[in-house]
Design a protein around this ligand. Structure first.
Ligand code: PGA
Length: 304
C-alpha cells in the first residue's frame, strides 16, 4: 500500500543516480556518499516497496521492471522539486522586492490600510509611497516613476490599464447646527447661495466637483482654497463655509459628530477609485500581488 510506504525524497534521489549510472561506486562518488551508504539506502527503498529495483548479472547492474517504473516517477518528482525551488526562490525574491506606488491625497485615507494588509503578507517588501494630488499623479505616470497609482479618474490620452475597485462618493459637508442640516433633498439652487471651501487646482475632487456643477448649470463660489482634505474639514467645522469632499475623508469627523453630511439633490457625486498602471508594464510578482490585493480584497479589508 502506497500510504504504508515510508520512502524519502533523498532515497529517490539516490535511486535515480544509481539507476542512471548503473553502478553503486559511480553513484556514491557523485553523491559524495560511501558506497555502503548508497547500497543501504537502496536496500531500504527496496524493502519499503517490497520488490527488487536492481538485478545483477555477472558484474553488470540492471534495472528491474519495477526499477524502470520507479525511475520515471523519481525523475518527475525531481523535476517538480526543481520547479518548487524556482517558485519559492521567486517568492522569496518578491518578498524582498521593491514596490513604488503613488496615491491621491484623498485615497490616502484607505490606502494605508491596504498597505498595512499587504505588509503583513510581504513583510520583507520595500515599499515607497507618495501621497499627492491628481496633477502630480499624472506626472508620475508620464515619467514612469512609480509602479502603480491609486487615483479617482484614469488619465485620458495615456496608454494605461485602469481597474475600478472601490466607490468614491463626494458629499456636501456642513458644520454642526448649520441651517441646511436636516433638510431633505436640498436643491442645487439653494446650494448656489452658499460659499465653499475648495480643494486646490490639480485636485481630482476639485475637477469632479467643477464638472458636476458645469453640467448641472449651476455654479458655486469659493471663499478659500486648501490643498488638504483635513484642512477643508477643519475649516468647515470652524464655520468658514461648506465643503465637497470624498466620504472617505470623513470617517473620524462623522464618528465624532464634528461635521454633517447634507442631503443635496443629485448627491453624492458617485466616483470610483482606480488602480492604474502603464500598459505593458513589466510586473514583478510583488507588483502583481499588490494589484490582486487591491482589486480583489480592498472592499473586504476596508470593511474589517
Ligand atoms: P485628489 O484625489 O482630490 O486628492 O486629487 C484624486 C481624485 O479624487 O481623483
Amino acid at each position: 500500500m502506497i500510504d504504508d510506504m515510508n520512502i524519502t525524497i533523498r532515497q529517490l534521489q539516490i535511486f535515480e543516480t544509481v539507476a542512471q549510472q548503473l553502478s553503486y561506486t559511480r553513484a556514491s562518488e557523485i553523491l559524495f556518499l560511501s558506497q555502503p551508504a548508497v547500497s543501504m539506502q537502496i536496500k531500504q527503498l527496496e524493502s519499503e516497496i517490497g520488490i527488487p529495483l536492481f538485478e545483477r548479472m555477472g558484474k553488470k547492474l540492471f534495472l528491474t521492471e519495477a526499477g524502470d517504473e520507479l525511475l520515471i516517477y523519481a525523475r518527475t518528482i525531481s523535476q517538480q522539486l526543481i520547479e518548487l525551488d524556482d517558485v519559492m526562490n521567486e517568492m522569496r525574491g518578491s518578498e524582498r522586492g521593491r514596490l513604488t506606488i503613488a496615491v491621491a491625497t484623498t485615497a490616502n485615507y484607505f490606502a494605508l490600510k491596504l498597505l498595512g494588509e499587504f505588509y503583513k503578507r510581504f513583510s520583507g517588501a520595500n515599499i515607497s509611497l507618495d501621497v499627492t494630488n491628481r496633477a502630480s499623479l499624472l506626472e508620475h505616470m508620464t515619467a514612469n516613476t512609480v509602479d502603480m497609482v491609486i487615483m479617482g479618474q484614469p488619465p485620458e490620452g495615456m496608454d494605461v490599464e485602469a481597474t475600478p475597485f472601490l466607490d468614491n462618493p463626494l458629499v456636501v459637508i456642513a458644520p454642526k447646527g448649520h441651517r441646511l442640516v436636516g433638510q431633505k433633498n436640498i436643491p442645487l439652487s439653494v446650494l448656489q447661495q452658499e460659499t465653499f471651501i475648495m480643494r486646490e487646482h490639480g485636485s481630482g475632487t476639485r475637477i469632479a466637483m467643477e464638472r458636476f456643477f458645469e453640467q448641472s448649470g449651476y455654479s458655486i463660489s469659493s471663499v478659500m482654497e486648501m490643498s488638504s482634505n483635513e484642512a477643508i474639514n477643519q475649516a468647515v467645522e470652524a464655520g468658514l463655509g461648506l465643503g465637497i469632499v470624498s466620504r472617505h475623508t470623513l470617517e473620524l469627523e462623522l464618528a465624532l459628530g464634528r461635521l454633517e453630511v447634507l442631503d443635496v439633490e443629485s448627491f453624492p457625486i458617485m466616483r470610483h477609485w482606480y488602480l492604474v498602471h502603464r500598459q505593458g508594464k513589466r510586473f514583478t510578482s510583488l507588483m502583481a500581488a499588490f494589484k490582486n490585493l487591491v482589486i480583489d480584497d480592498a472592499s473586504t479589508i476596508l470593511k474589517g
